[in-house]
Design a binder for this molecule. Structure first.
Ligand code: 5GP
Ligand code: MN
Length: 337
């Protein structure tokens, strides 16, 4: 697997610039990890750096240094709009199209700064960017940020940056259990450890800081709301707004839940349906060759990776589940064991 060559970005950073780092709606560990690693790096290099994400990120990422500097478009629209107008360089990290910016999409499209994409999703929307650095042969965007830093100013890699990159790699690989069949990922992790990071502590901060209600929601979802369709090697969980309220839902509380559905022996396809105010949010996972990216794109206005994707449905939860089950027979050749 060849490294991406980031040398075309280097001249753009030769003098201090106003830089805006952005990531996708419902930011995850890789989105926040990549943005903050880049934030710390560019700050060390003397740039005026801001980070903006469309909406809130989960509390289990709030231990990361610099997280309190992240601007949330939903909460500070005017301030963020101004940052888009004034930015000389705009980075899109961990997403492949401005459509993933939600309400911030318009401000991004209007902005006149140089736009650079660094990402690991398939089918990047090249036409919106001046420079595109995209590969699916990597664990995460955070891993690409490591390469970027090493290629630019190797000696700036410090513990703070390494913690952000580690968190991004760890969360996008489910603690090194998928998307990490690459020797290189582990070499990078070894380099991160050399800065003194505490991987055990980071794991605990991310995965073992549940509220009691969140843990009970997990138990309820698994015992009461898991449906297994053996005929199509598929399992899914659905949660209504009322159920979420009962467990005092907070952003991030359903993170990772979909993976449990894939843990049953023989399952190839797993889904999680979460009822929101105006839509149903869908998370899809697969094991093997079944492409949930295609499934999400074709049926639920979404996308992602081959084995992990998301989408939205604008019909009721009940109707969404019906639609989902009806679709499965069309994939019987791929899904049957
Ligand atoms: P999750 O299920 O964790 O929300 O998302 C899984 C993966 O799919 C992530 O890499 C995420 O960036 C991508 N993804 C989630 N939702 C969407 C969507 O609506 N559109 C696209 N293009 N990608 C998505
Ligand atoms: Mn990612």
């Amino acid at each position: 697997m060849d490294n991406l060559d980031f040398s075309s970005i280097t001249p753009l950073l030769s003098i201090p610039k106003r830089v805006l780092l952005t990531s996708h709606t419902n930011p995850d560990g890789d989105a926040i990890g990549a943005c903050l690693a880049m934030f710390h790096f560019l700050h060390i290099c003397g740039h005026d750096v801001k980070v903006m994400v469309p909406n809130h990120f989960p509390g289990f990422l709030s231990w990361m240094k610099g997280q309190d500097e992240i601007l949330i478009y939903k909460d500070e629209k005017e301030k963020c709009d101004l940052l888009f107008v004034n930015a000389e360089l705009i980075f899109s990290l961990d997403y492949n199209s401005p459509t993933r910016l939600g309400d911030a999409e318009e401000a991004f499209n209007r902005a006149t700064g140089i736009k650079i994409l660094i990402d690991h999703h398939i089918q990047p929307a090249m036409q919106y960017y001046d420079q595109v650095y995209s590969t699916i042969e990597t664990s995460s965007t955070s891993e690409l940020i490591f390469d970027f830093i090493i290629q630019n100013k190797k000696d700036t890699l410090n513990r703070t940056i390494a913690e952000c990159i580690y968190a991004g790699i760890m969360t996008d690989t489910g603690s090194f259990s998928y998307s990490c069949n690459h020797e290189k990922t582990f070499r990078i992790v070894a380099e991160l450890y050399k800065t003194g990071i505490d991987g055990v502590m980071i794991n605990r901060l991310v995965y073992s800081t549940f509220s009691e209600k969140r843990l009970r929601l997990l138990g309820y979802a698994l015992s009461e709301k898991l449906k297994v369709i053996y005929q199509y090697s598929t399992a899914y969980i659905s949660l209504t707004k009322e159920e979420l309220a009962r467990f005092d839902f907070r952003v991030g509380d359903t993170e990772g839940l979909v993976n449990y559905a894939l843990a049953i022996k023989g399952m190839k396809f797993a889904a999680l349906f979460v009822e929101k105010d105006n839509k149903v949010r869908i998370s899809l996972r697969s094991a093997g060759d079944f492409s949930v990216n295609n499934f999400a794109r074709n049926h639920f206005e979404g996308g992602g990776h081959k084995n992990a994707a998301g989408g939205d449905s604008y019909i009721s939860l009940e109707k969404t589940l019906e639609k989902f089950e009806d679709l499965l027979s069309g994939y019987q050749d791929e899904l049957r064991n």
